[in-house]
Design a protein around this ligand. Sequence first.
Ligand code: FDA
Length: 364
Amino acid sequence: MKYDYLIVGAGLFGAVFAHEMTKNGKKCIVIDKRKHLGGNVYCEKKEDINIHKYGAHIFHTNDKKIWDYVNSFVEFNRYTNSPIANYKGDLFNLPFNMNTFYQLWKVKTPKEAKAKIAEQISEVYVKKPKNLEEQALSLVGIDIYEKLIKGYTEKQWGRKATELPAFIIKRLPVRFNFDNNYFNDKYQGIPIGGYNKLIEGLLKGIETKTGVDFFKEKEALENLADKIVFTGKIDEYFDYKFGRLEYRSLQFEHEVLNTENYQGNAVVNYTEADIPYTRIIEHKHFEYGKQKKTVITKEYPKEWKKGDEPYYPVNDEKNSNIYLKYKQIAEKTDKVIFGGRLAEYKYYDMHQVIASALKKVKEE
Ligand code: FDA
């Protein structure tokens, strides 16, 4: 065999796996059906701005080892995610904190805010929430639900909140301080120069081929290596024999604007139902860009159909059962390691997928 590992998919899982194995003296080749490396963290340059082509990516982790690991390939900036919500033209800070409560009710102290939320919850008193709407009302009351949760969630899921299960919202974190930092993690940032730098660092010196679909040349590719690391869709690998796994998809509409600063923040959520997109991303703010123009992206959630990009797995009972069947035969498939968000039918944050690839390397 020419290679020890053929790695299908040049996303974070594949890139980390290839990097570590190469470091350990193994010979790897990485292929991807897309025309570029990086999977969903890939950035495309427009107007000299790094555009997060497959959705906004903010790196965050509590794990110092993972933080040091990514920083060993590229230095990260101090970007802190602090999204804004726009509801019918009024602006609110997220996540729900003292700034939000002041904007909603003009309350100024944690004590006043707690009393107001308790009053709001008691006004709509729901004993046993039967759906997402009732669950949210029971946790934060009417104002926050109607202005900041309802429309956004219904657009995201393409269904009424009363038709969505309560378990989707387990907790709704409320903060009684003026902290707009969305994540609670210790470390957070964006690679200076964009995510492509991280991928370039990981794949440096490793043979890669883009524009190669594994399934179009399966036999020839399989004969290249002792083992295969597959990070594509697990149902596709097994020819959909137990049925298709479903996803939620997104449509991105990119616009170049002849203005230096469009919305003053990287992420603005549109929380009313009448606006069809859920958020507008202004990419330059991830890297404190000073370019003359700006690029914004409107994000439209949509039902996934064949041919669309699969973004979010639908982890309901039906799909979980189908996945389990694939997982069982995957475990018995010698020679192939299944990993990453598509092969494990699992939503992974970046730090989690890196940790998972490092774990797989250790097992190998
Ligand atoms: P990924 O999808 O990146 O890579 C798989 C690769 O396999 C793809 O490049 C694909 O083309 C290739 N492939 C598939 N089938 C193939 C075939 N037959 N032949 C050849 N190649 C094939 N995380 C986070 O920490 N912070 C954030 O802010 C975000 N934001 C975010 C937004 C959106 C909209 C989504 C959907 C996800 C996020 N994430 C995130 C999660 C992040 O995107 C995720 O953790 C990683 O991209 C997962 O990396 P993988 O390598 O598993 O998959």
